[in-house]
Design a protein around this ligand. Structure first.
Ligand code: GAP
Length: 539
């Protein structure tokens, strides 16, 4: 039974082998946190963005109680006046706690809030030990010796037998990474029979000594945590001083907020309505990880939906449920998806409510999209900073007000990774043991046409069939290699149907259609290929 790490490794290998995703600038050794999409990945990503634009902007379903609403798009610049980021709070507050290894040869950087110390105990009931350990953690910031004495006062069975600092998103993920093989036999036996991991999330600043947080890579000593702003800086113009400092946008949302009055004035939108944008965003993540999941350059699809404050709760629920359903409709299995409402203590200071759509990746449950009721926070912040009036006159209500905003904000690259992960299927019993079970709307190539052999007049029949199909859907033609290899390549690309012209085609004008998922084959008339695809793909 392959582990989750094995599955992830196979997915990464297939993506590389088949040209879905490459590391950026690979010939120079790559660059952490940046990725390139190859031919298949580019088509897949485009299909995802097109599906989003169509389903959310061009043809959204009716609102709650059948209310009609308008959606329009914008495409804003990546570099904006830096005052935008002062008003939005990003200059002051878009920071992660960074910590680094002191060892000269390592010097690796970590996010302090993503390091966990895992301890394992001899027995399950450590309730009475935990307060002592917590106290020791507090004391350790002042006096390591005193902290150690306190720990030694615990009954032997309550002293952690094994401790390790691990990098992870959650304590559960950290526990799942524990390298069992490195544990002594007795600790392993006790852990297996009596699984009681205790973990502490390290608060900022990290306690400098006991429990001794060590570098997860080399075991070296770590520095104190310090705040690190995630925005990439550059300069606009020839002068490279503080007056020309600008930022690469860390989210697309602010371009929408500052254009709110432009859109209201120039298009015929009336509240409630939404402005959507798809575009690149940049964050200088301290530790990009989990393949493309946390990158430094990525794409977002964001909607800012403007409504009357009294209707914000209703629209929040509408968008939260709609966005969750969108992922299910495009093939993410609902038991792998979770719609998680944030606890009150998790909410950002500007958000009245927030929920995350999370997907169960091989590296754990992780966020694909957040849906938040951002109240009037952003528009008011820009009113204050710019001195411009961003309020809205509602001629139905005869009222002027600053609208509330519901924001569904998703990551395109995270969706690509989720759809790839979901599509990846292994079946050792078939000739092509790996195939990508993409939803027909997302499949990069919808059909392939093969002559069984590249002679005997078969290519002359197959080529016109291919040319007809590609007028309607993305299609590929391939005449070389054994038919089994050609099917396997298309299975790995996730192509739903392959049409093969063989000797019988010359006699009765039929060809075979092979189904990617079960490898079954039927014969149809060669003139019916497009119609067949329309029916089966639902396009
Ligand atoms: N305007 C709100 C906003 O930007 P966010 O939760 O910081 O909210 C929204 O980001 C989405 O952008 C996330 O749900 C995620 O899908 C994507 N995202 C954020 N940081 C990312 C990163 N480093 N790499 C890839 N995607 C990222």
């Amino acid at each position: 039974m392959p582990t989750q790490a094995d599955v992830m490794e196979k997915i990464v290998a297939l993506c590389r082998r088949r040209g879905f995703i490459f590391g950026s600038s690979e010939i120079y050794g790559g660059i952490g946190g940046f990725w390139d999409y190859g031919p298949l990945g580019t088509e897949l990503k485009r299909n995802i963005k097109d599906a989003w634009w169509n389903d959310c902007v061009r043809n959204p379903p009716p609102g709650p109680n059948g209310i009609e609403y308008q959606m329009v798009g914008v495409d804003c610049s990546i570099i904006m006046n830096p005052k935008v980021w002062e008003a939005s709070g990003h200059v002051g507050g878009f920071k992660d706690p960074m910590i680094s290894c002191r060892q000269e040869r390592c010097k690796k950087l970590f996010r302090a809030d993503k390091l966990f110390i895992i301890g394992f105990y001899d027995q399950a009931d450590i309730d009475d030990a935990e307060p002592v350990i917590e106290e020791a953690q507090g004391i350790a910031t002042r006096d390591r010796q005193e902290a150690n004495t306190l720990i030694q006062s615990l009954p032997h069975s309550h002293i952690p037998r094994f401790m390790k600092t691990l990098e992870a998103d959650t304590p559960e993920d950290a526990v799942s990474q524990v390298p069992f093989d490195s544990l002594s036999h007795s600790v392993r036996r006790q852990f297996r029979g009596n699984p009681c991991p205790a973990c502490w999330r390290l608060d900022r600043p990290l306690p400098p000594s006991w429990p001794p947080a060590r570098c997860p890579i080399c075991g070296g000593e770590l520095t104190e945590a310090r705040a690190f702003n995630l925005m990439f800086e550059t300069h606009a113009g020839a002068l490279q001083d503080s007056s020309s400092k600008v930022y690469l946008r860390p989210e697309t949302a602010q371009g929408i907020f500052v254009n709110f009055p432009n859109v209201v004035k120039t298009s015929r939108v009336r509240l409630p309505f939404g402005i959507a944008q798809i575009g690149k965003a940049f964050r200088n993540e301290i530790n990009p990880r989990n393949y493309t999941f946390r990158s430094r350059e990525f794409e977002q699809y964001e909607i800012e939906f403007f409504c009357h404050p009294s209707e914000a709760a209703m629209w929040y629920e509408y968008w939260r449920d709609l966005r969750h359903k969108w992922y299910v409709d495009l093939g993410l299995r609902s038991d792998k998806l979770r719609l998680r409402d944030h606890e009150a203590n998790e909410l950002a200071h500007y958000a009245e409510s927030c929920a995350d759509v999370e997907y169960d990746f091989p590296f754990g449950l992780s966020e694909l999209e957040g849906i938040a009721n951002r109240t009037d926070f952003d528009l008011k912040a820009h009113i204050e900073k710019s001195g411009k009036d961003l309020s809205y006159f509602d001629d139905q209500r005869k009222e002027r007000y600053v609208p509330y905003v519901i924001e569904p904000s998703g990551g395109v690259d995270r969706s690509v990774l989720a759809f790839i992960t979901e599509a990846y299927t292994m079946d050792e019993d078939r000739a092509s043991p790996e195939f990508m079970n993409f939803h027909p709307r997302l499949a990069p190539i919808k059909a392939a046409v093969f002559p069984l052999v590249a002679k005997d007049g078969l290519p002359e029949i197959a080529e016109p069939v291919y040319r007809e199909i590609k007028k309607h859907v993305p299609c590929q033609y391939e005449a070389k290699q054994s038919i089994g290899k050609r099917y396997a390549r298309m299975d790995e690309a996730g192509t739903p149907f392959c049409f093969t012209v063989d000797g019988q085609t010359k006699e009765d004008d039929t060809l075979t259609v092979r189904d990617r998922n079960d490898a079954s084959q039927i014969r149809i008339d060669k003139s019916r290929c497009v119609e067949y695809l329309r029916d089966r793909l639902g396009l």
